[in-house]
Design a protein around this ligand. Structure first.
Ligand SMILES: NC(=O)c1ccc[n+]([C@@H]2O[C@H](COP(=O)([O-])OP(=O)(O)OC[C@H]3O[C@@H](n4cnc5c(N)ncnc54)[C@H](OP(=O)(O)O)[C@@H]3O)[C@@H](O)[C@H]2O)c1
Length: 278
């Protein structure tokens, strides 16, 4: 039986790579993107695509109806992948910026989960994979909104896994470190458009941050992985009899997961502060 999967955020990066690799692997992939131009691009690649803006409940409702009509009412897996990074010191953010970050990184994925659960319960099985971040486990300075959103998704997903313990619906959390995608370039644009850099008490630190993000196209942090590395773990979460609760993607993510367990808060803070201000 061909397995079906809904993937959010397939215009680029991990979502695009996951859609293409799983399609080749024989999955019926519903590769969604929020822009119509990206839906056309995905269709031209031979993928079944549909428009989905995770910030919009109507869009979620429409896309699920569309998928269920095509599959006869089933959906084997959901990969909540769409997300973006709002950077900036906490005191330079606004409630609206934080709300926007949560709409995409938290409320959208939560609503999708709530909508697919009745389908998965009815069919008696399912896989839900949440693309969070290692920054949903350790917190770095200047990523307050993003950290908070990914910590929230981490908490939600851990609860969900326990509530589904007696079912055949499995929940896995993917927590990547740096991956070579549009993520940092997009984060730089958002930061430039939203954070008052020059008037901020953090303007010196922002120069480092800007420098770090500006090199996004040419230079990536050490041990940055390509999206296919994340997809390999996604396949394990989809196909293993015993999918893991957490998949840490890349060496930095594994390292930070260990540090979180071993180091006292002060020592971990020092390491993360040094990385953010290098
Ligand atoms: N790259 C990294 O270093 C890294 C590390 C840890 C975790 N992650 C996580 O990995 C996931 C995928 O990111 P990526 O690295 O592949 O970055 P990416 O290339 O920027 O892809 C992000 C995707 O999310 C989509 N998206 C954003 N807002 C959306 C919305 N409201 N509705 C639907 N789609 C939306 C984007 O669509 P548009 O093109 O329309 O903006 C894009 O398709 C994210 O959740 C991110 O937080 C990434």
């Amino acid at each position: 039986m061909q397995k079906s999967i809904l993937i959010t955020g397939c215009s680029s990066g991990v979502g695009l790579s996951a859609a293409q690799i799983l399609h080749k692997r024989g999955y019926r992939v519903f590769a969604t993107a929020r822009k119509e131009s990206d839906v056309k691009k995905l269709s031209a690649l031979g993928l079944e695509s549909a428009q989905l803006d995770v910030n919009n409940s109507h869009s979620i409702h429409t896309v699920l109806n569309h998928i269920l009509a095509k599959t006869g009412g089933t959906l084997d897996a959901l990969f909540n992948n769409a997300g973006f990074g709002q950077t900036g010191a906490v005191e330079d953010l606004t409630r609206d910026l934080i709300r926007e970050q949560f709409e995409t990184n938290v409320f959208g994925p939560m609503e999708l989960v709530m909508r697919v659960l009745p389908i998965m319960r009815k069919q008696g099985h399912g896989r839900i994979i949440q693309n969070t971040s290692i920054l949903g486990i350790v917190a770095m300075p200047y990523y307050g909104a993003y950290n908070a959103s990914k910590f929230a998704l981490e908490g939600f997903s851990n609860t969900l896994r326990q509530e589904l313990r007696d079912t055949s619906i499995f929940v896995s959390i993917m927590a990547p470190g740096p991956i070579k995608t549009q993520f940092r370039g997009n984060a730089l644009t958002i930061y430039r458009n939203t954070v008052p850099q020059d008037s901020s008490v953090h303007h010196e630190q922002y120069k480092n941050l800007e420098n770090y993000f500006s090199t996004a196209e040419t230079k990536h942090p050490p041990m940055t992985v390509t999206p296919d590395v994340a997809v390999k773990q996604l396949i394990h979460a989809l196909e293993s009899q015993r999918p893991k609760a957490h998949y840490y993607i890349g060496i930095p993510a594994n390292l930070f997961a260990w540090m979180r367990r071993l180091l006292p808060d002060g020592a971990l803070d020092w390491v993360l502060y040094k990385i953010a201000n290098h």
